[in-house]
Design a binder for this molecule. Structure first.
Ligand code: DHK
Length: 146
């Protein structure tokens, strides 16, 4: 039984589509979810978003016990949350950190990611299509031969 990929989204990403479209585009979170499910070949995938740090941590704990890979866009918690970092340190599988924008081309406050200290890989700047790339990479990384 293939373990699910957990695609976790942090604060304000529920507003994708109308949130600063010059940065994040006009794709909605629901459309991003559909892109992820297509990339997963409709394999097991948990797609969630929360504006609450504790909820993201609870979902990471769920993934520790039941997930095969994590794709996470922690949004603003990327730069502030040691709690999310500590939770991710417990995850035994591949972790792909994802950002719609290229955070390294933005203001300096966006340049230091706690999550990057534990991520297997980082995808930043591909826009919403980055999610599909991340899910495909997660599937490859979960494969026994990888
Ligand atoms: C999304 C956010 O909400 C911001 O806080 C990050 C990230 C960038 C993104 O590019 O997906 O700084």
């Amino acid at each position: 039984m293939t373990k699910p990929i957990y695609v976790l989204n942090g604060p304000n990403l529920n507003r994708l589509g109308t949130r600063e479209p010059h940065l994040y585009g006009s794709t909605t979170l629901a459309e991003v979810e559909a892109m992820c499910r297509e990339a997963a070949g409709h394999g097991p995938l948990e797609f969630r978003q929360s504006n609450r740090e504790y909820e993201l941590i609870d979902w990471i704990h769920e993934a520790i016990d039941a997930g095969g890979a994590i794709v996470i866009n922690p949004a603003a918690f990327t730069f502030t949350s040691m709690a999310i970092l500590d939770a991710l340190k417990m995850f035994p599988g591949p972790i792909i950190e994802l950002h719609i924008t290229n955070i390294h081309r933005r203001e300096p406050i966006y340049h230091r990611s706690y999550v990057s200290l534990v991520a297997t890989a980082v995808i930043a700047g591909l826009g919403p299509r980055g999610y599909a790339v991340a899910v495909a990479a997660a599937i490859d990384l979960m494969a026994p031969s990888s």
